[in-house]
Design a protein around this ligand. Structure first.
Ligand SMILES: Nc1nc2c(ncn2[C@@H]2O[C@H](COP(=O)(O)OP(=O)(O)OP(=O)(O)O)[C@@H](O)[C@H]2O)c(=O)[nH]1
Ligand SMILES: [Mg+2]
Length: 441
């Protein structure tokens, strides 16, 4: 996410920070580079021009020139400008417990509407105590689409409403009735996509909007399509007036042009990001956190939120207790690895830490393969060995190595790391620290 822009900004600012004082020429050069970086990230050219004009105006001001750390001042200005570009106000999803809340999902074919409908239903249920969701299949053109939504719903134990008709308005009316009789207070309407905007679809969507009077209409767009996504967003907004944008496939989008342009072009904010195919891969979009990420300042808050949703608090407390009593064994270690894995790929998580830009990431040794190896080694031990690693003598080490397809040295290294970890745990015996669920290494 934003990798190329991150790298470019890193280079530009390093150069600026290296200079004691700045003059007009230095600033002009930096602005030229920022302009190029944004264009390469596929940001709309008018927005780029506006952005650079505003940053230059502030940067050539006396304050920056006279400041002792002019380079840092420029970073600060760019940071503020990025936040403004993406919308300085955070969007907040609000539901009312006492009536049916309705969300309508719209967008082109393959943008991620169906997947994101399920992700949102799951997030709504998790974040709001008295919310009970139901999915409504309004994509009447492909039978497979209804099946897809139903399967996702089943996985989550969330009902999917379907009836056999091509009339979307009829489906919607029946769904609203069903919600009332079944006590469901959040309906998510998944609609059909088209390859291009066409008037038949738009009319159908407007009719649906008229019938259900949604609390939110979210426009779902594939971030990888860059400026195309922005143009389609503008047309959908003109015809349908949506409330916010959900950008999907951000995990595969290195450029970030859509995320940076949509607010300025449509006036509507990005509200969520899809960052993977798993149900839990939906993040709230916070302009400040995004600006932090783009400028390599990390996004610790999102990391903590991910930990909170993926890690079972009760488990974490149990674990903290075991650590306190020095009873932490290799099975617990294995469980912790599984919890971390639930949070997503390690490189994505590391990318949220401050200072972890692409270069730093290359030096990070803990990768997903290494995790898989550790897991295989521990799984090749007997329960007694996991409980009491001291039992593991040379012969047993050989057996474990063979069982897990690794070398005896790798088994030795893991056991040594585990011993060191236990020593460290004694030092870190702080329940609050452990509650964050992170391994202390
Ligand atoms: N990597 C990644 N893949 C995603 C994300 N969101 C959706 N996808 C994938 O994108 C593909 C299309 O997603 P759907 O949810 O079926 O898209 P849709 O908008 O409902 O498509 P139509 O019903 O054909 O209009 C699926 O393979 C999803 O798994 C995401 O955030 N990251
Ligand atoms: Mg679909």
């Amino acid at each position: 996410m934003f990798n190329s822009l991150q790298e470019r900004f890193d280079g530009i600012f390093r150069k600026l920070k290296g200079k004691g004082k700045l003059n007009d020429d230095n600033i002009k050069e930096a602005m030229r580079e920022i302009r190029r970086a944004l264009l390469e990230a596929d940001v709309n050219f008018k927005i780029v021009k506006n952005f650079v004009d505003q940053v230059s105006e502030k940067a050539v001001g006396q304050e920056v020139m006279k400041s002792l750390t002019p380079g840092h001042q420029v970073v600060k200005i760019v940071h503020e400008q990025l936040i403004q570009l993406m919308g300085s106000q955070n969007f907040k999803l609000n539901f009312n417990d006492n009536r049916t809340n309705k969300i309508m999902m719209v967008g082109l074919q393959g943008s991620g509407k169906t997947t994101t409908s399920a992700k949102l239903a799951s997030l709504g249920r998790k974040k709001f105590k008295n919310i009970s969701p139901m999915l409504v299949a309004c994509d009447v053109y492909r039978p497979a689409a209804i099946e897809q939504l139903t399967v996702l719903g089943k996985q989550l134990d969330i009902p999917t409403f379907t009836i056999n008709t091509k009339n979307v308005v009829k489906i919607a009316k029946k769904a609203l009735k069903e919600a009332e009789s079944e006590n469901k207070n959040l309906l998510i309407f998944d609609t059909a996509g088209r390859l291009h905007i066409d008037q038949v679809l738009m009319k159908e969507l407007r009719d649906l909007k008229q019938t259900i009077q949604p609390d939110y209409i979210f426009f779902v767009a594939d971030a990888m399509t860059g400026q195309d996504a922005v143009n389609v967003a503008r047309e959908f907004n003109d015809q349908l007036e949506f409330d916010g944008v959900i950008l999907t496939k951000m995990d595969s989008d290195a450029r970030g042009g859509a995320a940076l342009s949509i607010k300025a072009v449509t006036g509507k904010p990005v509200v969520f990001l899809g960052a993977g195919e798993k149900i839990s891969d939906l993040e709230e979009f916070h302009p400040k956190r995004m600006a932090d990420r783009i400028l390599g300042m990390g996004d610790v808050l999102t990391l903590i939120e991910k930990a909170e949703t993926a890690i079972d608090e009760e488990e974490a407390l149990k674990l903290a207790e075991k650590m306190k009593k020095n009873q932490f064994n290799l099975t617990d270690f294995l469980n912790q690895l599984a919890q971390i894995k639930k949070m997503g790929p390690l490189d994505q998580l590391m990318g949220m830490l401050p200072g972890m830009n692409n270069n730093a990431m290359k030096n990070v040794k803990v990768d997903d393969k290494e995790m898989a190896r550790i897991e295989a080694i521990i799984l090749s031990m007997t329960p007694r060995e996991r409980d009491k690693p001291a039992l593991i003598n040379g012969k047993r080490r050989l057996r474990i190595a063979q069982g897990s397809g690794s070398s005896v040295q790798q088994v030795n290294r893991l056991l040594k790391q585990f011993e060191q970890m236990k020593i460290m745990m004694k030092k870190f015996n702080n329940p609050k620290f452990m509650k964050s669920g992170m391994l202390p290494f």
